[in-house]
Design a protein around this ligand. Structure first.
Ligand SMILES: Cc1cc2nc3c(=O)[nH]c(=O)nc-3n(C[C@H](O)[C@H](O)[C@H](O)COP(=O)(O)OP(=O)(O)OC[C@H]3O[C@@H](n4cnc5c(N)ncnc54)[C@H](O)[C@@H]3O)c2cc1C
Length: 336
Protein backbone atom coordinates (compact mmCIF):
# COMPACT_ATOMS: atom_id res chain seq x y z
CA UNK A 1 0.00 0.00 0.00
CA UNK A 2 2.90 2.36 0.74
CA UNK A 3 4.26 1.75 -2.78
CA UNK A 4 0.81 2.19 -4.33
CA UNK A 5 0.41 5.44 -2.41
CA UNK A 6 3.70 6.70 -3.91
CA UNK A 7 2.36 5.76 -7.34
CA UNK A 8 -0.77 7.79 -6.58
CA UNK A 9 -3.19 4.85 -6.85
CA UNK A 10 -3.62 3.69 -3.22
CA UNK A 11 -7.12 5.10 -2.86
CA UNK A 12 -8.27 3.63 -6.17
CA UNK A 13 -6.90 0.23 -5.16
CA UNK A 14 -8.47 0.25 -1.67
CA UNK A 15 -12.01 0.12 -3.08
CA UNK A 16 -11.22 -2.99 -5.09
CA UNK A 17 -9.77 -5.07 -2.24
CA UNK A 18 -10.56 -6.00 1.35
CA UNK A 19 -8.78 -4.63 4.38
CA UNK A 20 -7.16 -7.23 6.65
CA UNK A 21 -8.58 -6.58 10.13
CA UNK A 22 -8.20 -9.87 11.92
CA UNK A 23 -6.74 -13.29 11.40
CA UNK A 24 -6.42 -16.72 12.94
CA UNK A 25 -3.76 -19.40 12.82
CA UNK A 26 -5.45 -22.77 12.84
CA UNK A 27 -4.86 -26.48 12.66
CA UNK A 28 -6.45 -28.05 9.56
CA UNK A 29 -9.40 -29.22 11.70
CA UNK A 30 -10.14 -25.59 12.58
CA UNK A 31 -8.67 -25.57 16.10
CA UNK A 32 -7.44 -22.01 16.68
CA UNK A 33 -3.74 -21.79 17.60
CA UNK A 34 -3.68 -18.03 17.79
CA UNK A 35 -5.78 -14.96 16.99
CA UNK A 36 -4.36 -11.82 15.44
CA UNK A 37 -5.74 -8.31 15.44
CA UNK A 38 -4.26 -6.32 12.53
CA UNK A 39 -4.97 -2.90 14.08
CA UNK A 40 -1.62 -2.67 15.94
CA UNK A 41 0.33 -3.56 12.76
CA UNK A 42 -1.66 -0.98 10.77
CA UNK A 43 -0.93 1.67 13.41
CA UNK A 44 2.82 0.95 13.30
CA UNK A 45 2.92 0.83 9.49
CA UNK A 46 0.67 3.81 8.93
CA UNK A 47 -1.25 1.73 6.38
CA UNK A 48 -3.87 -0.98 6.49
CA UNK A 49 -2.97 -4.25 4.81
CA UNK A 50 -5.20 -5.22 1.88
CA UNK A 51 -5.89 -8.40 0.00
CA UNK A 52 -6.77 -7.69 -3.63
CA UNK A 53 -7.14 -9.96 -6.63
CA UNK A 54 -4.63 -9.55 -9.44
CA UNK A 55 -7.15 -8.63 -12.22
CA UNK A 56 -8.65 -5.92 -10.01
CA UNK A 57 -5.22 -4.48 -9.17
CA UNK A 58 -4.21 -4.61 -12.84
CA UNK A 59 -7.46 -2.83 -13.74
CA UNK A 60 -6.76 0.00 -11.29
CA UNK A 61 -3.16 0.37 -12.53
CA UNK A 62 -4.40 0.33 -16.12
CA UNK A 63 -6.92 3.09 -15.34
CA UNK A 64 -4.00 5.16 -14.03
CA UNK A 65 -1.58 4.69 -16.96
CA UNK A 66 -4.10 4.39 -19.80
CA UNK A 67 -4.28 1.60 -22.37
CA UNK A 68 -2.24 3.63 -24.88
CA UNK A 69 0.86 3.17 -22.69
CA UNK A 70 0.82 -0.59 -23.39
CA UNK A 71 1.51 -2.72 -26.42
CA UNK A 72 0.11 -6.19 -25.77
CA UNK A 73 0.58 -9.64 -27.28
CA UNK A 74 4.22 -9.22 -28.32
CA UNK A 75 6.92 -11.45 -26.84
CA UNK A 76 10.34 -9.89 -26.41
CA UNK A 77 13.13 -12.22 -27.49
CA UNK A 78 16.12 -10.16 -26.37
CA UNK A 79 17.97 -6.89 -26.75
CA UNK A 80 21.16 -5.42 -28.13
CA UNK A 81 23.19 -2.47 -26.90
CA UNK A 82 23.80 0.44 -29.24
CA UNK A 83 26.01 3.04 -27.53
CA UNK A 84 24.10 4.43 -24.53
CA UNK A 85 20.85 3.08 -25.91
CA UNK A 86 19.23 -0.32 -26.07
CA UNK A 87 17.33 -1.95 -28.92
CA UNK A 88 14.56 -4.30 -27.76
CA UNK A 89 13.85 -7.18 -30.14
CA UNK A 90 10.40 -8.73 -30.52
CA UNK A 91 9.45 -12.18 -31.86
CA UNK A 92 7.56 -10.41 -34.65
CA UNK A 93 10.88 -9.01 -35.89
CA UNK A 94 10.02 -5.47 -34.79
CA UNK A 95 12.83 -3.73 -32.89
CA UNK A 96 12.38 -0.68 -30.66
CA UNK A 97 15.06 1.73 -29.50
CA UNK A 98 14.99 3.01 -25.93
CA UNK A 99 17.13 4.75 -23.30
CA UNK A 100 16.18 2.19 -20.69
CA UNK A 101 15.00 -1.42 -20.62
CA UNK A 102 13.39 -2.90 -17.50
CA UNK A 103 12.98 -6.67 -17.77
CA UNK A 104 9.77 -7.28 -15.77
CA UNK A 105 9.07 -10.58 -17.51
CA UNK A 106 8.66 -12.90 -14.56
CA UNK A 107 10.49 -15.92 -13.20
CA UNK A 108 11.43 -17.25 -16.67
CA UNK A 109 12.68 -13.81 -17.82
CA UNK A 110 14.17 -13.65 -21.33
CA UNK A 111 15.98 -10.43 -20.38
CA UNK A 112 17.56 -12.09 -17.34
CA UNK A 113 18.63 -15.04 -19.53
CA UNK A 114 20.46 -12.71 -21.88
CA UNK A 115 22.03 -10.71 -19.04
CA UNK A 116 23.15 -13.89 -17.23
CA UNK A 117 23.61 -16.60 -19.88
CA UNK A 118 25.51 -18.97 -17.56
CA UNK A 119 22.86 -19.02 -14.86
CA UNK A 120 20.88 -22.28 -14.60
CA UNK A 121 17.10 -22.00 -15.09
CA UNK A 122 14.71 -21.71 -12.11
CA UNK A 123 14.48 -25.04 -10.29
CA UNK A 124 11.63 -26.78 -8.42
CA UNK A 125 11.49 -25.87 -4.72
CA UNK A 126 9.93 -29.18 -3.66
CA UNK A 127 6.58 -27.45 -3.07
CA UNK A 128 3.43 -27.16 -5.16
CA UNK A 129 0.67 -24.57 -4.81
CA UNK A 130 -3.05 -24.71 -5.34
CA UNK A 131 -4.87 -21.40 -5.29
CA UNK A 132 -8.30 -20.18 -6.19
CA UNK A 133 -11.03 -17.62 -5.74
CA UNK A 134 -14.48 -18.46 -4.40
CA UNK A 135 -17.00 -15.86 -5.53
CA UNK A 136 -19.94 -14.97 -3.28
CA UNK A 137 -18.49 -16.95 -0.41
CA UNK A 138 -17.57 -14.54 2.42
CA UNK A 139 -19.98 -16.26 4.82
CA UNK A 140 -17.46 -19.13 5.08
CA UNK A 141 -14.95 -16.76 6.72
CA UNK A 142 -16.97 -16.76 9.96
CA UNK A 143 -16.28 -13.09 10.63
CA UNK A 144 -12.46 -13.08 10.28
CA UNK A 145 -10.60 -11.34 7.43
CA UNK A 146 -8.41 -14.36 6.93
CA UNK A 147 -6.91 -17.51 8.42
CA UNK A 148 -3.82 -19.66 7.96
CA UNK A 149 -3.84 -23.41 8.43
CA UNK A 150 -0.78 -25.39 9.48
CA UNK A 151 -0.83 -29.14 8.93
CA UNK A 152 1.66 -31.93 8.24
CA UNK A 153 3.56 -30.95 5.10
CA UNK A 154 0.77 -28.49 4.25
CA UNK A 155 0.13 -24.80 4.77
CA UNK A 156 -3.07 -23.19 3.57
CA UNK A 157 -4.83 -19.87 3.87
CA UNK A 158 -8.04 -18.00 3.18
CA UNK A 159 -8.56 -14.27 2.90
CA UNK A 160 -11.37 -11.94 2.01
CA UNK A 161 -10.34 -10.31 -1.29
CA UNK A 162 -13.33 -8.08 -2.10
CA UNK A 163 -16.84 -7.45 -0.80
CA UNK A 164 -17.92 -10.96 -1.90
CA UNK A 165 -14.85 -12.95 -2.99
CA UNK A 166 -12.51 -15.12 -0.92
CA UNK A 167 -8.99 -16.00 -2.07
CA UNK A 168 -7.51 -19.28 -0.85
CA UNK A 169 -4.20 -21.07 -1.30
CA UNK A 170 -2.64 -24.33 -0.27
CA UNK A 171 1.05 -25.13 -0.37
CA UNK A 172 1.94 -28.80 -0.26
CA UNK A 173 5.14 -30.81 -0.39
CA UNK A 174 5.97 -32.59 -3.63
CA UNK A 175 6.09 -36.00 -1.89
CA UNK A 176 2.47 -35.49 -0.70
CA UNK A 177 1.43 -34.64 -4.26
CA UNK A 178 3.03 -37.90 -5.43
CA UNK A 179 1.42 -39.89 -2.63
CA UNK A 180 -2.04 -38.55 -3.49
CA UNK A 181 -1.97 -39.28 -7.19
CA UNK A 182 0.72 -37.03 -8.71
CA UNK A 183 0.78 -33.76 -10.62
CA UNK A 184 -1.14 -35.04 -13.70
CA UNK A 185 -4.34 -35.24 -11.64
CA UNK A 186 -4.28 -32.12 -9.43
CA UNK A 187 -7.99 -32.17 -8.59
CA UNK A 188 -7.70 -35.67 -7.16
CA UNK A 189 -4.68 -34.52 -5.13
CA UNK A 190 -6.59 -31.47 -3.88
CA UNK A 191 -9.63 -33.52 -2.83
CA UNK A 192 -7.46 -35.94 -0.87
CA UNK A 193 -5.27 -33.29 0.71
CA UNK A 194 -8.23 -31.25 1.99
CA UNK A 195 -10.20 -34.24 3.28
CA UNK A 196 -9.13 -33.64 6.93
CA UNK A 197 -9.75 -29.86 6.74
CA UNK A 198 -12.68 -28.36 8.57
CA UNK A 199 -15.89 -27.61 6.75
CA UNK A 200 -15.53 -23.86 5.94
CA UNK A 201 -12.23 -24.44 4.12
CA UNK A 202 -13.67 -27.30 2.08
CA UNK A 203 -16.78 -25.22 1.37
CA UNK A 204 -14.59 -22.48 -0.13
CA UNK A 205 -12.90 -24.95 -2.44
CA UNK A 206 -16.29 -26.39 -3.43
CA UNK A 207 -17.48 -22.86 -4.23
CA UNK A 208 -14.53 -22.28 -6.61
CA UNK A 209 -15.27 -22.48 -10.33
CA UNK A 210 -12.70 -24.56 -12.29
CA UNK A 211 -11.55 -21.47 -14.22
CA UNK A 212 -10.72 -19.76 -10.90
CA UNK A 213 -8.42 -22.56 -9.74
CA UNK A 214 -4.66 -22.90 -10.33
CA UNK A 215 -2.09 -25.61 -9.63
CA UNK A 216 1.64 -25.13 -10.19
CA UNK A 217 5.08 -26.15 -8.95
CA UNK A 218 6.76 -23.39 -6.95
CA UNK A 219 10.12 -22.52 -8.50
CA UNK A 220 13.16 -21.03 -6.88
CA UNK A 221 16.41 -19.35 -7.91
CA UNK A 222 19.53 -18.29 -6.08
CA UNK A 223 19.94 -14.51 -5.81
CA UNK A 224 21.97 -12.92 -8.58
CA UNK A 225 25.22 -11.21 -7.54
CA UNK A 226 24.26 -8.31 -9.83
CA UNK A 227 21.05 -7.65 -11.78
CA UNK A 228 21.63 -5.44 -14.79
CA UNK A 229 24.14 -3.90 -17.14
CA UNK A 230 24.27 -0.46 -18.76
CA UNK A 231 20.75 0.79 -19.49
CA UNK A 232 19.20 -2.66 -18.82
CA UNK A 233 17.85 -3.80 -15.47
CA UNK A 234 15.38 -6.26 -13.96
CA UNK A 235 12.29 -5.86 -11.77
CA UNK A 236 9.95 -8.14 -9.81
CA UNK A 237 10.17 -11.90 -10.25
CA UNK A 238 12.63 -11.46 -13.13
CA UNK A 239 15.09 -9.99 -10.60
CA UNK A 240 14.18 -11.74 -7.35
CA UNK A 241 11.67 -14.58 -7.59
CA UNK A 242 10.67 -15.67 -4.11
CA UNK A 243 8.47 -18.33 -2.58
CA UNK A 244 4.95 -17.00 -1.95
CA UNK A 245 5.01 -17.80 1.79
CA UNK A 246 5.58 -14.19 2.81
CA UNK A 247 2.85 -12.89 0.45
CA UNK A 248 5.39 -10.39 -0.87
CA UNK A 249 6.37 -11.17 -4.49
CA UNK A 250 4.01 -8.71 -6.16
CA UNK A 251 4.42 -6.24 -3.29
CA UNK A 252 8.19 -6.23 -3.83
CA UNK A 253 7.71 -5.72 -7.58
CA UNK A 254 5.66 -2.60 -6.77
CA UNK A 255 8.38 -1.34 -4.43
CA UNK A 256 10.92 -1.92 -7.24
CA UNK A 257 8.78 0.18 -9.57
CA UNK A 258 8.71 3.09 -7.12
CA UNK A 259 12.48 2.82 -6.56
CA UNK A 260 13.21 2.88 -10.32
CA UNK A 261 10.81 5.77 -10.89
CA UNK A 262 12.61 7.85 -8.27
CA UNK A 263 15.93 7.35 -10.02
CA UNK A 264 14.92 7.93 -13.61
CA UNK A 265 14.85 11.64 -14.42
CA UNK A 266 15.05 11.81 -18.22
CA UNK A 267 17.89 14.35 -18.36
CA UNK A 268 20.44 12.30 -16.37
CA UNK A 269 22.67 9.34 -17.36
CA UNK A 270 20.65 6.18 -16.71
CA UNK A 271 23.26 3.49 -15.88
CA UNK A 272 24.60 4.75 -12.51
CA UNK A 273 21.04 5.31 -11.31
CA UNK A 274 20.05 1.79 -12.23
CA UNK A 275 23.06 0.37 -10.38
CA UNK A 276 21.99 2.36 -7.31
CA UNK A 277 18.43 1.01 -7.66
CA UNK A 278 19.81 -2.54 -7.89
CA UNK A 279 22.08 -2.12 -4.86
CA UNK A 280 19.24 -0.93 -2.63
CA UNK A 281 16.57 -3.29 -3.92
CA UNK A 282 18.81 -6.35 -4.00
CA UNK A 283 19.48 -6.02 -0.27
CA UNK A 284 15.81 -5.52 0.61
CA UNK A 285 14.46 -8.31 -1.60
CA UNK A 286 17.09 -10.80 -0.38
CA UNK A 287 15.89 -10.18 3.18
CA UNK A 288 12.24 -10.65 2.22
CA UNK A 289 13.03 -13.78 0.16
CA UNK A 290 14.81 -15.24 3.18
CA UNK A 291 11.69 -14.64 5.31
CA UNK A 292 9.60 -16.35 2.61
CA UNK A 293 11.97 -19.37 2.65
CA UNK A 294 11.82 -19.57 6.43
CA UNK A 295 8.00 -19.37 6.39
CA UNK A 296 7.90 -22.07 3.71
CA UNK A 297 10.08 -24.35 5.83
CA UNK A 298 7.84 -23.76 8.83
CA UNK A 299 4.70 -24.42 6.79
CA UNK A 300 6.00 -27.67 5.28
CA UNK A 301 7.35 -29.57 8.28
CA UNK A 302 5.95 -33.04 8.24
CA UNK A 303 6.95 -35.07 11.32
CA UNK A 304 4.43 -35.28 14.19
CA UNK A 305 6.99 -33.99 16.68
CA UNK A 306 8.20 -31.08 14.55
CA UNK A 307 4.57 -30.09 13.80
CA UNK A 308 3.74 -30.07 17.53
CA UNK A 309 6.83 -27.95 18.20
CA UNK A 310 5.86 -25.57 15.37
CA UNK A 311 2.29 -25.26 16.69
CA UNK A 312 3.64 -24.55 20.19
CA UNK A 313 5.85 -21.76 18.82
CA UNK A 314 2.85 -20.29 16.96
CA UNK A 315 0.84 -20.34 20.18
CA UNK A 316 3.52 -18.87 22.42
CA UNK A 317 5.52 -16.44 20.28
CA UNK A 318 4.94 -12.96 21.77
CA UNK A 319 2.74 -10.58 19.80
CA UNK A 320 5.50 -7.93 19.80
CA UNK A 321 7.85 -10.33 17.93
CA UNK A 322 5.21 -10.91 15.21
CA UNK A 323 4.56 -7.17 14.98
CA UNK A 324 8.26 -6.38 14.69
CA UNK A 325 8.63 -8.88 11.83
CA UNK A 326 5.52 -7.52 10.05
CA UNK A 327 6.69 -3.94 10.33
CA UNK A 328 10.19 -4.81 9.08
CA UNK A 329 8.62 -6.48 6.05
CA UNK A 330 6.02 -3.80 5.42
CA UNK A 331 8.33 -0.79 5.56
CA UNK A 332 11.04 -0.32 2.93
CA UNK A 333 13.95 1.82 4.10
CA UNK A 334 13.93 5.52 3.19
CA UNK A 335 16.80 4.82 0.73
CA UNK A 336 14.49 2.69 -1.42
C1 LIG B 1 0.87 -19.51 -5.36
C2 LIG B 1 1.36 -18.08 -5.37
C3 LIG B 1 0.83 -17.16 -4.46
C4 LIG B 1 1.30 -15.83 -4.43
N1 LIG B 1 0.78 -14.97 -3.49
C5 LIG B 1 1.25 -13.69 -3.44
C6 LIG B 1 0.72 -12.76 -2.48
O1 LIG B 1 -0.14 -13.08 -1.67
N2 LIG B 1 1.22 -11.49 -2.48
C7 LIG B 1 2.20 -11.09 -3.32
O2 LIG B 1 2.62 -9.92 -3.25
N3 LIG B 1 2.71 -11.95 -4.25
C8 LIG B 1 2.26 -13.23 -4.31
N4 LIG B 1 2.77 -14.10 -5.25
C9 LIG B 1 3.88 -13.68 -6.09
C10 LIG B 1 3.43 -12.88 -7.28
O3 LIG B 1 2.49 -13.60 -8.05
C11 LIG B 1 4.65 -12.55 -8.14
O4 LIG B 1 5.72 -12.14 -7.33
C12 LIG B 1 4.30 -11.42 -9.10
O5 LIG B 1 3.34 -11.85 -10.01
C13 LIG B 1 5.55 -10.96 -9.83
O6 LIG B 1 5.18 -9.97 -10.73
P1 LIG B 1 6.04 -9.69 -12.01
O7 LIG B 1 5.33 -8.58 -12.73
O8 LIG B 1 7.47 -9.52 -11.65
O9 LIG B 1 5.98 -11.04 -12.86
P2 LIG B 1 4.72 -11.77 -13.50
O10 LIG B 1 3.50 -11.54 -12.70
O11 LIG B 1 5.17 -13.18 -13.75
O12 LIG B 1 4.53 -11.03 -14.89
C14 LIG B 1 5.45 -11.15 -15.92
C15 LIG B 1 4.76 -10.74 -17.20
O13 LIG B 1 5.71 -10.74 -18.26
C16 LIG B 1 5.15 -11.38 -19.39
N5 LIG B 1 6.26 -11.97 -20.16
C17 LIG B 1 7.01 -13.07 -19.85
N6 LIG B 1 7.93 -13.27 -20.80
C18 LIG B 1 7.78 -12.28 -21.72
C19 LIG B 1 8.46 -11.95 -22.94
N7 LIG B 1 9.49 -12.68 -23.36
N8 LIG B 1 8.03 -10.88 -23.63
C20 LIG B 1 7.00 -10.12 -23.19
N9 LIG B 1 6.33 -10.38 -22.03
C21 LIG B 1 6.71 -11.44 -21.33
C22 LIG B 1 4.20 -12.42 -18.82
O14 LIG B 1 3.22 -12.76 -19.78
C23 LIG B 1 3.63 -11.66 -17.63
O15 LIG B 1 2.54 -10.87 -18.01
C24 LIG B 1 2.31 -15.43 -5.32
C25 LIG B 1 2.81 -16.34 -6.26
C26 LIG B 1 2.35 -17.65 -6.29
C27 LIG B 1 2.93 -18.61 -7.30
Amino acid sequence: MAALRQLGVADAVRDGGAVVRSGEMRRPDGTVLRRFDAASAARLLGEDAYCILRPVLHGRLLDAVGIDALRLGRAVTGFRRDGDEVVVEGEDGVAERARLLVGADGVGSAIRRQLHPDEPPARPSGLFAFRGVAQDAVEHLDGVSGAQYFGRGIEAGIAQASARAVYWYLSVRADHVERHGGAPDPLKVLRRVIAPFHAPFRALIDATEPEDLRFEPLLTRDPLPSWGDGPVTLLGDAAHPMLPHAGQGAAQALEDAVAIGRRAPVDQPVSPRLRDYERVRRARTMTVAAVARRNARMGSVDGALSCSARDLVLRLIPQRVILKALVAMGKPSAAD
